[in-house]
Design a protein. Structure first.
Length: 297
C-alpha cells in the first residue's frame, strides 16, 4: 500500500500516505461449482475458462443459458488484476513502458475471447449488478473488490443462502497476486505547523487500533500486519474474509503515474472489443497502441 503512493518519477518518493487498501479477488458459488463437478475454484486461466463453460447451464431446454459461469463486469481495476495475475501487468513497475506486450498478455485476450464465444459470460453493467446476479444464483462466479465481501455475504443470506467462497485471481504456475489500491492522505501546502499537524494525524490514523477500526468499519484491507492478524483471528470461522488477508504479503500496486487511469481504461475498451467478437490479436494490438501513446505524451 505504501508502494501505491510512491512516485516513480521522483525516486519512489512517498507523495501521499495510505489509509487502507482494496484488492481484487474471485468470488465463487461453491454449491454451483460442486454441481458442475468442481470442488475447488479455478486456479489457472485455462481452468477458469473450463469452469466458466461447464457452469453455464440451460435448465429449461430453450437453448438459452439460465445460469452462467461468470458475471462479467470489466471494471478497470479488475482488468488490471487479470493481466497482472497472468504475468502481464498493464505497466512496468516504473510506469515507463507497457507490461503486457508479450505472449501472456495476448493469452489473456484469447482466454476472454474463448470464454465469450462459449457463451459463459453474463454481462452485469451497472452498480452492484454483478453482486445481485451472484446472490440470485444467476452466475457461478464474479470478480469483486475485497470491501464488497460483506455486502456479498448479506446479499446471499437475504436470498436464502448457499455456500460461497473467495479465491485469488487465477494465476496458474505464477505465485498468487493481489492488485491493491485505496484512498490516501495528501498534506496540502500550508504553514509548517499545519503541515506537521496533518502528518501527525495521518501517522496516528495509521496506528494498529485505528487501522483495525477502519478495516472493520469499511471492509477495506488494513494498513498494518498487526491489524491484519487481529482481523484473521476474528474471522477464523469466515474463510471468505481470511483469504484476502492471507494474500496481503503478495500484494502489489500499479505505478503512480498520471496516465494510469487512461491506460487502464484503454485496455478495458480492448477487453470489451474482444468479448464483442474482435480477434484477440487485434484487441491486443489496439490496447498496446493506445497505452504506448499515453506513455509517449
Amino acid at each position: 500500500m505504501l508502494d501505491a503512493n510512491r512516485d516513480p518519477g521522483r525516486d519512489d518518493a512517498l507523495v501521499s500516505f495510505p489509509v487502507g487498501g482494496e484488492g481484487t479477488v474471485l468470488v465463487f458459488n461453491a454449491d454451483r461449482l460442486a454441481a458442475a463437478g468442481y470442488l475447488t475454484p479455478p486456479t489457472s486461466w485455462p481452468l477458469f475458462r473450463e469452469v466458466c463453460l461447464v457452469a453455464t447451464v440451460d435448465r429449461d431446454g430453450d437453448r438459452q443459458p439460465d445460469v452462467f459461469g461468470l458475471g462479467f463486469a470489466p471494471r478497470p481495476e479488475f482488468v488490471s488484476a487479470w493481466f497482472r495475475s497472468r504475468g502481464a501487468p498493464l505497466l512496468t513497475p516504473d510506469g515507463a513502458a507497457v507490461g503486457f506486450d508479450s505472449q501472456p498478455g495476448l493469452r489473456m485476450f484469447e482466454t476472454l475471447a474463448e470464454s465469450a464465444q462459449g457463451g459463459c459470460l453474463y454481462r452485469t453493467p451497472g452498480l452492484n449488478a454483478d453482486v445481485e446476479a451472484f446472490s440470485a444464483g444467476r452466475v457461478a462466479m464474479i470478480f469483486a473488490g475485497t470491501s464488497e465481501l460483506r455486502a456479498i455475504d448479506q446479499a446471499v443470506k437475504d436470498r436464502g443462502g448457499f455456500r460461497w467462497g473467495v479465491a485469488p485471481v487465477p494465476h496458474g504456475q505464477l505465485p498468487p497476486s493481489l492488485d491493491v489500491r485505496g484512498p490516501a492522505w495528501i498534506v496540502l501546502r500550508s504553514t509548517a505547523e499545519k503541515q506537521l499537524a496533518a502528518w501527525l494525524f495521518a501517522r496516528w490514523f495509521a496506528g494498529t487500533e485505528q487501522t483495525l477500526a477502519w478495516a472493520i468499519g469499511t471492509g477495506q484491507l488494513p494498513l498494518r500486519a498487526s491489524a491484519a492478524a487481529e482481523l484473521k483471528r476474528r474471522a477464523v470461522e469466515t474463510t471468505a474474509y481470511v483469504v484476502p488477508l492471507d494474500l496481503l504479503p503478495a500484494a502489489s500496486a500499479e505505478p503512480l503515474v498520471p496516465y494510469w487511469p487512461q491506460a487502464a481504461e484503454a485496455v478495458t475498451r480492448a477487453v470489451l472489443a474482444v468479448v464483442a467478437g474482435d480477434p484477440a490479436d487485434a484487441a491486443h494490438r489496439q490496447a498496446l497502441d493506445a497505452v504506448n501513446r499515453l506513455i509517449a505524451r
